[in-house]
Design a protein around this ligand. Structure first.
Ligand code: FAD
Ligand code: FES
Length: 292
């Protein structure tokens, strides 16, 4: 079973995990992801391979703690193992022939955008990076980006750090100033990827977005990750996750991602109650809580 080598919190919501997975580390490319299952009762869920080191035999994932599976993952630490990690899955981001790129990340999407910026920069491209966060406390990976891009622009929604505003404000200014790019790569919340695509559309700038539909198997069998791109049905796990941002049906993607919201909320709540019960029992000295 894959063992956790390093774990650290990047901010109050995002965790960095380096996991021993030599076979995946040997094959991984930027843009690909893994499917994880934390324990036997756990769901499979996808996380992007944020970095990989084929010498150490490790991959890095960075995740936002949003619900049950990511909370269970958060309970593990260095030396603990994850039940299974399958990958690399999906298609790598196509960086061929890119000389100038703008990479845009929003929230935890910044972690996912990092390998794209890094590989393009190391391949000799000019890479402008725009990363946006709600507030200063959530800013992460600043030094990593600075070492792996030509120019870094940070925005915060509340103006507490970097430029006050959204990533799209910074992108608009760069495009209006005449910056030319071969490609824009946008990764983050669905509304952000949609907004970036609308900013780049009038400029005819090719825009790649990394889609995050619900995935169950990650290998093209269940249809859970169905998205509509250019009027055609595509399976994001095997045909993506990167797609042309100008062609994606974002309304459908948003609606499909909300389908299990009430069940997810209930599962998270039940897990929290179990944990609280366990802590209460332990502080009272009873050990039967561990039987839950
Ligand atoms: C290709 C891909 C790469 C991703 N990479 C990252 C990453 O690097 N870091 C990160 O923080 N998040 C990433 N995500 C999203 C991540 O998979 C979800 O946040 C995670 O599954 C949440 O599970 P949960 O049980 O903690 O939360 P839940 O409460 O179950 O769900 C919270 C939200 O997460 C999404 N989600 C839940 N289950 C799935 C699932 N099986 N597949 C896809 N989305 C789901 C839904 O939008 C849901 O509303 C990625 C998603 C995809 C499709
Ligand atoms: S996740 Fe099942 S087909 Fe894509």
């Amino acid at each position: 079973m894959p063992v956790i080598v390093t774990k650290r919190n990047l901010n109050s919501q995002v965790t960095y995990l380096e996991v021993d997975c030599p076979a995946i580390a040997r094959k991984a490319r930027p843009g690909q992801f893994v499917m994880l299952r934390v324990d036997r009762k756990g769901e499979r869920f996808p996380l992007t391979i944020a970095d990989y080191d084929d010498v150490r035999g490790t991959i890095t994932v960075m995740y936002q703690r949003v619900g049950l599976s990511t909370q269970k993952l958060e309970l593990l630490g260095p030396g603990d193992s994850i039940l299974d990690v399958v990958g690399p899955l999906g298609n790598p981001t196509n960086t061929e022939g890119v000389r100038r790129a703008v990479v845009i990340g929003g929230g935890v999407g910044c972690a996912i955008a990092f390998p794209q910026a890094k590989v393009l920069y190391r391949e000799g491209a000019h890479v402008d990076v725009i990363v946006g966060f709600r507030t200063k406390e959530l800013v992460c990976l600043e030094r990593s980006f600075r070492n792996n891009c030509s120019n870094l622009y940070i925005t915060t929604d509340d103006g507490s750090y970097g430029r006050h505003g959204f990533v799209t404000d910074q992108l608009s200014d760069l495009l209006k100033a005449g910056e030319q790019y071969d490609v824009a790569i946008a990764i983050g919340p669905i509304p952000m990827m949609r907004a970036v695509s609308e900013v780049t559309r009038p400029y005819g700038l090719k825009t790649i977005v990394s889609l995050n539909p619900i995935m169950v198997d990650g290998t093209g069998m269940c249809g859970g990750c169905r998205v509509t791109v250019g009027g055609k049905t595509r399976f994001a796990c095997v045909e993506g996750p990167d797609f042309d941002g100008h062609e994606v049906d974002y309304d459908e993607l948003l609606a499909r991602n909300k389908v299990y919201q009430s069940q997810e909320r209930r599962a998270k709540e039940a897990h929290r109650c179990n944990l609280e019960r366990m802590v209460n029992q332990l502080t009272k000295g009873g050990n039967e809580a561990w039987l839950i």
